[in-house]
Design a protein around this ligand. Sequence first.
Ligand code: PLP
Length: 379
Amino acid sequence: MASSPQPPPPSPQPSRAANDFRSDTFTTPTPSMLQAMASASFGDDVYQEDATTTGFEAEVARLTGMQDSLFMLSGTMGNQIGVRLHLHQPPHSVLCDYRAHVYAEEGSGLAVLSQAMVTPVHPRNGLYLTLDDVKRWVVLGDDIHCAPTKVISLEVTIGGVLTPLDEIRNISEFAHDNGIKVHCDGARLWHASAATGHSLADYCQYFDSVSMCVSKGLGAPIGGVLAGSTADIRRARWLRKQQGGGIRQAGVLTAPAMVALKEIWPTMRTTHERTKKLERELGAMGVVPQIPVDTNFFFIDAGRSGVDMGVLLDKCGKFGVRLQDERISMHHQISDEAVENLKRAIKEAVEDTKKLPEGYVSKARTGGYGSTSKMNEYS
Ligand SMILES: Cc1ncc(COP(=O)(O)O)c(C=O)c1O
């Protein structure tokens, strides 16, 4: 977390996001974000003349301890450019978790934009990649049958689960000893920092590039930011322009991002506590998570909890809350009333699931974390 004193959390906004548990992307800009947009500097950022944007980028560089940073239009853009910075001439490959967003959820960007093979790894602990996983699957050497690993990409947090800092350090040291760059999909690195008390810089020291989202959990309407070395960020600016990401009056986007850093980041611990409280309350109903609830996600283990997801999604409609799958996403704008309604929906779903006839085929697909991805063991 930032070391400077934190302002008090903003009062909860009456927001359309209050009932929306689908993702922590479904937040709405706060009044202070809108105010900041209106008083942004309105310089042209393609010419690097926008003070609001350069100020935001300097602040992220300071917080991450990286040499520089660059605002991105999305987390996907930050990831794809971040990885591409380290990939120069195929054959080459990226090693990552099989559920990693950069691989499974970015429209085959690694293949299209970086001409990269991917080594998608199932972590042996079922939670996060370890050095043992990396050593088992990394492609080293010059065997002409293979595509050597040139980048290891770690998603922190992944499924809301924390990767221990020591594990990140071990992977990073191994990678660097073998000429491999390390990228972080830190869409939710803010959460990791808030949960563990390790600063962003504590994490970022082990990475060559770090992509973070400002519209996920952090609550800004648009964007992300890529941090790295001065030379890499200079090249990233070029690649971003090539992808249509040269933004003119970028301050209207970076101003709310700056507010998000100052106002919403300090509220994340509270969000984590509320998620853990929900875990305890659901536990009392026999509803258990698939993976540890370290931060802001609770993935319902539908099978072990005796919940038919089709039934649950219908109940959510009845109680006026939004859920799309097994993931309950908490964020700063979820209201207490919505949590109560979600619990009611889940309680009724458990009761009604018991009454389903034998052999009933659910209206919703279930199958564990990552089941939205086509490329996993459950599909
Ligand atoms: C872990 C992770 N990385 C990257 C992204 C991509 O962000 P965006 O939707 O802004 O492209 C997401 C989006 O949900 C994500 O969850």
